[in-house]
Design a protein around this ligand. Structure first.
Ligand SMILES: Nc1ncnc2c1ncn2[C@@H]1O[C@H](COP(=O)(O)OP(=O)(O)OP(=O)(O)O)[C@@H](O)[C@H]1O
Length: 240
């Protein structure tokens, strides 16, 4: 089990070609080791871009991002869960895990899939799995790199709420058992209230942090009434 490392984000400027205003200017965000931070904010504010910058996928910006004191290039590979599962269609579930980490032994890969509730489906191809099962494989794949940092980009979007809640329960267990530092982008304040230790709202262009909200109640104690109240606080319908 890898434990989480601190993440330091300092963006002097990030601007895509053709943008009159930079997406980010003098943006600073720190995550403590093993902290779970949810990024919320309007569409187009730059949440996914920031996640890709932390992952080292998006490199054209001025500033510095450090993962456990190292640049994203030098740091251990983060686990990344995208909006859609993006599995290799010709690889089995196990094959999708070993594809991202060839040193993962088959027993470990199968154990990760079992942890995601996929016992018996290890050798199935993605096309033979339901959408929900494919998302579970994608989560197992993110854990297959034994990440110190887990990046989740709207992993519960465009699925029904029942499935989203099942997957969130799974992510809650993963957070408890794998201990990574987690940065999750979500449109749903309720999802943030379920999962995060801290909710950070980005707004404007350049985007700034306009609200931060800590949630200290343990995840497993967050019941429906709690989630409703927290969601109101996060959306600004109650004082934060
Ligand atoms: N590769 C790119 N080239 C040019 N512009 C881009 C690129 N990627 C993102 N953008 C622009 O940067 C802005 C931020 O995009 P981003 O996807 O990060 O926002 P977001 O907050 O994640 O939005 P959403 O919630 O809709 O996913 C948008 O205006 C988008 O069009």
């Amino acid at each position: 089990m890898a434990s989480g490392v601190p993440v330091s984000i300092r963006v002097a400027e990030k601007r895509f070609a053709g943008q009159a205003e930079p997406l980010f200017a003098d943006l600073a965000l720190d995550l403590a080791a093993s902290e779970v931070v949810a990024l919320i904010g309007p569409s187009g504010v730059g949440k996914s871009t920031l996640l890709r910058m932390v992952a080292g996928i998006e490199r054209a910006f001025s500033g510095r991002i450090e993962i456990g004191g190292q640049s994203p290039d030098a740091a251990a590979v983060p686990g990344f869960v995208f909006q859609d599962p993006r599995l290799l269609p010709w690889q089995s579930a196990v094959g999708n895990l070993t594809a991202v980490n060839p040193s993962l032994d088959l027993g470990e890969a199968r154990a990760l899939l079992a942890e995601m509730g996929l016992k018996g489906y290890e050798d199935a191809l993605p096309g033979e799995l339901s959408g929900g099962m494919q998302r579970r494989v994608a989560l197992a794949r993110a854990l297959a790199v034994k990440p110190q940092v887990l990046l989740l980009d709207e992993p519960f979007v465009s699925i029904d709420r029942k499935l989203a809640r099942e997957l969130m329960a799974l992510v809650t267990r993963v957070i408890a058992s794998h201990g990574a530092t987690v940065l999750i982008v979500t449109h749903e304040p309720e999802d943030a209230a379920r999962l995060a230790d801290r909710v950070v709202r980005l707004e404007g262009r350049p985007a700034t942090i306009t609200a931060e909200h800590r949630i200290s109640t343990p995840r497993e104690e967050r019941d429906v009434a709690f989630l409703r109240a927290e969601t109101d606080r996060i959306t600004g319908e109650a004082e934060i």
